[in-house]
Design a protein around this ligand. Structure first.
Ligand code: GN1
Ligand code: MG
Length: 367
């Protein structure tokens, strides 16, 4: 995956802003999918975030734009009604000159501009346990706010996004096709996945049986998808709304644990550094249960540890699949990057299994 030419970025910016207002822009953030830029303007304008939405990953751009617009409008009303500051606590889409909240260029690339939230920070790794507790509360509150969102208005931007058995099937197809001849290098990883086949369908089975309710979920609750106030340290705003879809609450819980409670990085090469921090796990459980404010059923709460294991396993499966397919999906910084990421995910799954009883006990303590 590559980023766009300067000319394409400039051209996109001109669809939203007068040419003379644009001072500079630079790549921004650490997302693996879209291209994101921070935009500086002349006096009288705020700073902006410009994004090119990855049209290979998001095939139905119209539905994606509609989802993000509906959700941000809904959140704006909720935040205003509860006395919050909607300019800082949700994303604000800035209209293009034609009045639309996005711009499609002549090459079919889709762009959007949002207000940059001043005096905010986001983290790629937990620095203070307190912050992780707050992120849990923030994502829990987000879940609670969305509980009243009319789910039928949303389109699934990526169908079967967290359908782990389908993710596994895609991996097996990639192994079969093996377009780059890499399959021989990943036998150990494939054995690990095969040994966890039974886990992959636990959540989907419970959904079909009606044991877990379908909700409106964020689906990508990495720590770097939530902004904190740089001054007060409080959680401000959940970002990266592209994958808001019907989903399971344990997915949102689980993906946060996968990313934030890992003592190593998502792409840690030294697997001895990868483990589940029970301290951070506990912080997040506490925050998430407080934030979601009683909307979760007993079964959802009981399945939280499984959500963590499942999201980690699934993410590893997705990284491994992309590695075999030549790294066409996730942005990578070096050739084996996706393999390194997959290994780190599987190491984390293994550590969760070692700590399973303790994870269960922690959840019971706050249930
Ligand atoms: C991607 O866009 P970003 O970096 O927040 C991915 C998530 C993965 C994550 C792994 C649309 O999220 O599903 O969990 O990378 N987003 C999409 O870090 O596939
Ligand atoms: Mg992101």
């Amino acid at each position: 995956m590559r980023t766009e030419s300067n000319e394409a970025v400039r051209n996109a910016l001109r669809a939203f802003l007068p040419d003379e207002a644009i001072v500079s822009y630079r790549l921004f953030g650490n997302g693996h999918i879209n291209d994101t830029y921070l935009v500086e303007c002349t006096e009288g304008y705020p700073r902006f975030v410009l994004q090119r939405i990855n049209g290979e990953v998001f095939q139905n751009l119209e539905a994606l734009n509609s989802n993000v617009e509906l959700v941000t409008e809904f959140l704006r009303e909720k935040i205003t009604a509860s006395g919050g500051d909607p300019d800082r606590e949700t994303l604000n889409l800035y209209p293009a000159k034609d009045g639309q909240k996005h711009y499609t260029d002549e090459r079919g690339q889709c762009w959007r501009l949002t207000l940059y939230i001043e005096d905010s920070v986001c983290y790629d790794q937990v620095e203070k346990p307190e912050d992780f507790y707050l992120s849990g509360k923030g994502f829990g509150q987000f879940q609670r706010m969305l509980a009243e969102f009319p789910a039928e208005k949303l389109t699934e931007t990526i169908p079967d996004f967290h359908d782990t058995p389908k993710r596994l099937a895609a991996l097996l197809r990639a192994v079969e096709a093996d377009p780059w001849g890499y399959a021989g290098r990943v036998q150990k990883e494939l054995e690990f996945v095969a040994a966890h086949e039974a886990d992959t369908h636990v959540a989907m089975d419970m959904l079909r049986a009606g044991d877990l309710p379908l909700r409106v979920t964020h689906n990508d609750t990495k720590l770097n998808n939530i902004m904190f106030d740089a001054v007060t340290g409080e959680v401000l705003c959940v970002v990266d709304l592209d994958t808001i879809m019907p989903g399971l609450s344990i997915f949102d819980f689980g993906d946060s644990i996968r990313f934030g409670a890992n003592t190593g990085a998502e792409d840690e090469q030294d697997l001895r550094k990868v483990s589940l921090s029970l301290e951070l796990f506990e912080c997040y459980v506490k925050g998430f249960l407080e934030g979601s404010g009683g909307i979760l059923t007993d079964t959802e709460i009981r399945m939280l540890p499984m959500g963590a294991k499942l999201m980690t396993l699934e993410c590893g499966i997705r990284f491994l699949t992309d590695y075999l397919e030549g790294s066409v999906y996730f942005r990578t910084a070096y050739p084996d990057h996706n393999l390194v990421r997959a290994r780190s995910q599987f190491a984390l799954v293994a550590d969760m299994e070692r700590k399973w009883d303790e994870m269960v006990k922690i959840v019971e303590k706050y249930a």
